[in-house]
Design a binder for this molecule. Sequence first.
Ligand code: PEP
Length: 251
Amino acid sequence: MRPKLVVGNWKMHGSLSGNKNLLQGLVAGVGAIGEVSASVCVPFPYLAQAQQMLAATPISWGAQNLSEHAQGAYTGEVAAAMLLEFGCRHVIVGHSERRALYGETDAVVAAKFVAAKSAGLVPILCVGETLAQRESGQTAEVVAAQMVAVLDKAGVGAFAGAVVAYEPVWAIGTGKTASPEQAQEVHAAIRALVAGRDEVIAAGLQILYGGSVKAQNAGEIFVKPDIDGGLVGGASLVVDDFLAICQAASR
Ligand code: PEP
């Protein structure tokens, strides 16, 4: 059985004092969450704080983006090696907000995935369709194209130890969640796609669901066979909610 993983995506939220309370609360409650790994992906300036407060705890941390380049004249960018210096384990790659708002193409996302994986980070590759794409029956095709772009560039071997997050764009921050059946269908298709290249890697691949996961709906989503946990935005900013979602994953 694949281990469950719940990752918080803080997005562009936080302050030193607010983070301190949040992280203290998570550390205090982590003992009760059972057999699930938890991680928080924080804004770059708070990586040092996360490292300091989480280093001696079972909670991992990471970033929400990275550069596809190793170093150089790329003003405003952050390299994989820099994230490693702050103890990051995870890095989110290709979140739909970055694809939509910052023009990240499949090619850029694939290059970022390679940069993360070859540096020793665990990339969390986000894929997912828009509402218009779902309504016009294109979900499978869109998600497959996003996956294939990375599989072709990185090779299936790079998915060993990586994480995929299925995040329907219409469910992110909207309060609308994919039904457990809708999510399971896409997760199974992602796993089958990877299995077409390597069955062992596909069987071990953690595929998270993201999109308005809450304490109330997490249990029914995480129970599905191809759903290995969640990528959680809004609810990851509230200690009790995030811990309850982790608990739901451990059942
Ligand atoms: C996300 O940002 O990845 C996300 C899933 O957000 P939310 O849980 O708020 O929908």
